[in-house]
Design a protein around this ligand. Structure first.
Ligand SMILES: C[S@@+](CC[C@H](N)C(=O)[O-])C[C@H]1O[C@@H](n2cnc3c(N)ncnc32)[C@H](O)[C@@H]1O
Length: 164
């Protein structure tokens, strides 16, 4: 199983996933790759977990195409324009194997507040482009399993037989 984390920062999410999955024995190898526009926070790479500098807005190197079962993104909306979604999601879909999943998670503070007060509309504004993108592309969205803490957007499952 291969998992990629985009805008990985310190690699904290990859590290948690590697630890969690590490408790589940499998006879296939696992490979994790973190990408970020900056290597300032990268931990050391290992054979199983590697990191590389990559702008999500630019095409990814050929060795990463059609390679991943899961491509994950978290907390990126603050650094991109709403109009960047088209290019970024297209780039990330190319990383997936057929039937692989793209999962994009962002914070929605308003939902976290009791009564959904709309006290922090700037967060809602930042995440809105994800929902409108998903709607335009008939992709599924769902809330996080921790209600109110985050929104978790399962943007897409790459169709079987699709090329990159
Ligand atoms: C708020 S941090 C999130 C880090 C990590 N995803 C997490 O959840 O801990 C945002 C990260 O996005 C990265 N970033 C910003 N613009 C980017 C881009 N165009 N392509 C890739 N990474 C980008 C930043 O360098 C930073 O590490």
């Amino acid at each position: 199983m291969n998992i990629a984390d985009i805008a990985t920062g310190t690699g904290i999410w990859l590290n948690e996933v590697q630890t969690t999955l590490g408790d589940i024995p499998v006879n296939k190898s696992r490979y994790y790759h973190g990408f970020d526009i900056s290597d300032a926070q990268f931990p050391f790479s290992t054979e199983e977990v590697q990191y590389s500098i990559q702008d999500a807005l630019s095409p990814f190197p050929a060795q990463h195409l059609n390679r991943y079962d899961l491509v994950h993104v978290r907390l990126l909306v603050g650094a991109i324009q709403a109009s960047d979604f088209e290019v970024i999601v297209a780039n990330l879909m190319k990383l997936l194997r057929p039937q692989g999943y793209l999962q994009w998670t962002e914070i929605d503070i308003d939902t976290f507040l009791e009564g959904n007060t709309k006290k922090y509309p700037e967060f809602a504004d930042m995440v809105q482009p994800i929902f409108s993108y998903a709607e335009r592309h008939t992709m599924s969205t769902r809330p996080s399993e921790q209600p109110g803490v985050e929104i978790c957007v399962v943007v897409a499952q790459k169709p079987n037989g699709a090329g990159d």
